[in-house]
Structures are given as structure tokens and as C-alpha cells.
Write a protein of this length. Structure first.
Length: 367
């Protein structure tokens, strides 16, 4: 009885590990609630297990982990589960022996079936199948003995026949689903509004315009696809479609969106002063929205002055700063470059609004 109760505790813990391995955030996945073989509530079992935790210390529990195929994302889930088993074992003072019961089905049905038979014969306390095909085989193998099964990386547990309902799966199985919330996926043929019009409205909204848009529709003609993509969609899928492919495409688009909008993404270093815009990163200059072409030294000189507003620099100081040498050369080059810069950014070079001449001293960028 204690083994069953401890297994219930472990099953609840492993759901968290599976979600962590998937990289899911709260609300992005579905957790299927656990029930025991008599149809009782998992929470009650968990509470009993916690009450008997002291008596269970030192016990060894055999846990089978079955990978479907060698895959980067699935391997990540497996590593997260193993880490959680180790941590939970240390916390509870027990040993979860998974090293002797971890297998890879190599995407082969016969191998998965043999693995399932071996785990049942070894009388393991829990089986953790990763991916839908693996979960289906493990469920079938445990129907009679009711060994608890906690699946992971299953997109549609109800559709796969693993659970009657995500909130009450019944029998000996539970787990986590990587299904996406499809509330934001709409058909091109919407009642009251054309789907392409909806996409245009999304792209016209400053708050939404960068959101990835995936078209899911029965309109499979080439011109329909072209119209959808030209209308602002990032991707186009036709019905009937594979749920797994849809999930994969959505994840890819969301990952790309995350990279584009990440707070860690570097932004260009911009200086903006009264209609003058200097992009230091791209080394580009605009005046009242019109881009102007600058030579290397012109750009460097303008940027230096703009970064030090209201500071008067002598020609010698500017020459040393921009040309990186002592003012033993022809400092008249500073005057020439100032003149060229003014011609590009000033409305009236005779009455400059940006770079002032301080007679007898040098130049100042006025703000």
C-alpha cells in the first residue's frame, strides 16, 4: 500500500518535471489529473503518502522511463524527469531507481512492445513514457496490472485514447499534454469578416502587428495561399492537417517571435535631437525623416558633437578626437568637415541650429 501511495506522490511530481522539460510556461500545456485504480482521488492518495513518508524512507522504487526515439526535445524532457527523480528522492529519503529501467524504443513498435513486457515482468512501480506512440503501448501493457503510467509530450491524450477526459482520465494513467491553446487560431472563412481582412487589421494594429499569424483553412488553391501570405500571414496550412505538424509550426513561429521581441535583444544606439536622428549602430543619419549620406569622418565628427551637447571644443581637440593624432597636421580639415555637415543638416547654413561657431574658440552642438 505504501508503494502505491509513494507512487502517487511521484506521479504528481513527475508532471511538473515533464512540463519543465518541455519548456512550457503556465497555461501553455494541459495537465491530466491522476486517479488510482479504484477511481479514487489522487489528492487523497498523496495526503496518505505524505503521512507515511517517514515509514517509507529507505525504500527503493523502480521507475521505467521509455523514450520513443532519440530526439533533442524529447531528450530534454527525459533529462528533466531524471533530475526531478533524483531531487525528489533526496527530499523524501528514498531511492528512485531509473537507471536500470530507461529504454529507447527507436521508433519501432515491436521494440516498444518488448520494453513494455520487460517492465511489467520487472514489476516496476511507475512507467514514464515520452511521446504518444510510447504512451499508447505502455497503457495497453498495464491495463491488467494497473502499474501507474505518467506520460509526457502527448499532444492529444483524449484523441490518442489515453484518457477519457483531460480532467478525469480514469484508470491508471495521467500525464502532461503539450497541446496548444487554439483560441487564437481562426479560419479564413469567418462569419461576418473575411479572414484576410482580419489579418490586415492585426497588421495595422501597433500592439499586434508583430504577432505571428498562421492560416488554417480548407482553401488549398495556389492563388489562395499566395493571397494569404501576401495579405500578411506568416504561414499557411490546409485542411485536413496533422495536429503534430500544427503544434510544431506554432512552436517554431512562437520561438522566432520570442527571439525577435526578447528583452535581451540588442537595439540600435540612437541619438535624436530636434529632427536630427543619428543611428550609431547602423551609422546612418536622417534630418526631418530624410536620410543623408555621410562620409566616415563626417559621421564621427557629427556623432561626437551630438553626444557632447553644449560643450565647446577647439579645432585642435576635435582634430585629435576624430583623426586620432596630435594637431600637427592641417586642422583646417575640421573646418571643411563642419561646413559639409552643416550643408546636410542645417536649413540655413548662415544661421545654424545645430552646430554653432564660437568665434576665437571652436564649435558647439546646441540643444
Amino acid at each position: 500500500m505504501k508503494k502505491k501511495m509513494m507512487t502517487a506522490v511521484l506521479a504528481m511530481t513527475m508532471m511538473a518535471a515533464a512540463v519543465a522539460g518541455c519548456g512550457s510556461s503556465s497555461g501553455s500545456g494541459t495537465t491530466v489529473e491522476l486517479t488510482n485504480e479504484a477511481g479514487g482521488d489522487a489528492q487523497a492518495e498523496t495526503q496518505k503518502a505524505e503521512a507515511d513518508q517517514t515509514a517509507a524512507e529507505g525504500t527503493v522504487y523502480k521507475v521505467g522511463i521509455v523514450q520513443y526515439v532519440d530526439d533533442a526535445s524529447l531528450n530534454q524532457i527525459e533529462k528533466a524527469i531524471e533530475a526531478e527523480l533524483t531531487a525528489k528522492g533526496a527530499e523524501l529519503g528514498v531511492t528512485f531507481d531509473y537507471a536500470d529501467y530507461t529504454f529507447n524504443g527507436q521508433a519501432d513498435q515491436s521494440i516498444l512492445t518488448q520494453i513494455a513486457a520487460d517492465l511489467v515482468a520487472d514489476d516496476v512501480d511507475l512507467i514514464i513514457p515520452i511521446a504518444t506512440p510510447t504512451a499508447v503501448v505502455m497503457q495497453s501493457a498495464t491495463e491488467e496490472n494497473q502499474i501507474p503510467v505518467v506520460f509526457s509530450a502527448v499532444s492529444d491524450p483524449v484523441g490518442a485514447g489515453l484518457a477519457a477526459d483531460v480532467n478525469a482520465p480514469g484508470s491508471n494513467i495521467t500525464g502532461t499534454s503539450d497541446a496548444i491553446d487554439t483560441a487564437a487560431i481562426f479560419d479564413l472563412m469567418l462569419p461576418g469578416m473575411d479572414g484576410l481582412e482580419a489579418i490586415r487589421k492585426i497588421r495595422a494594429n501597433d500592439a499586434w502587428k508583430k504577432l505571428p499569424v498562421l492560416v488554417l483553412t480548407a482553401k488549398d488553391k495556389e492563388y489562395d495561399k499566395v493571397a494569404g501570405l501576401d495579405g500578411g500571414a506568416d504561414d499557411y496550412m490546409t485542411k485536413p492537417f496533422s495536429p503534430s505538424e500544427l503544434v510544431a509550426r506554432v512552436k517554431a513561429h512562437m520561438a522566432r517571435y520570442e527571439r525577435l521581441t526578447s528583452s535581451h535583444q540588442k537595439t540600435n544606439d540612437i541619438i535624436e535631437i530636434r529632427g536630427l536622428k543619428i543611428d550609431k549602430t547602423a551609422r546612418r543619419v536622417w534630418i526631418n525623416g530624410e536620410e543623408k549620406a555621410f562620409t566616415t569622418k563626417e559621421f564621427d565628427l557629427l556623432t561626437f558633437l551630438a553626444e557632447n551637447p553644449n560643450h565647446v571644443f577647439t579645432k585642435e581637440e576635435l582634430f585629435r578626437e576624430i583623426w586620432d593624432m596630435e594637431s600637427i597636421g592641417d586642422i583646417a580639415t575640421v573646418t571643411v568637415h563642419i561646413k559639409k555637415i552643416r550643408e546636410k543638416i542645417e536649413v540655413d547654413t548662415a544661421n545654424p541650429q545645430y552646430i554653432e561657431t564660437i568665434w576665437g574658440v571652436g564649435y558647439r552642438f546646441k540643444v
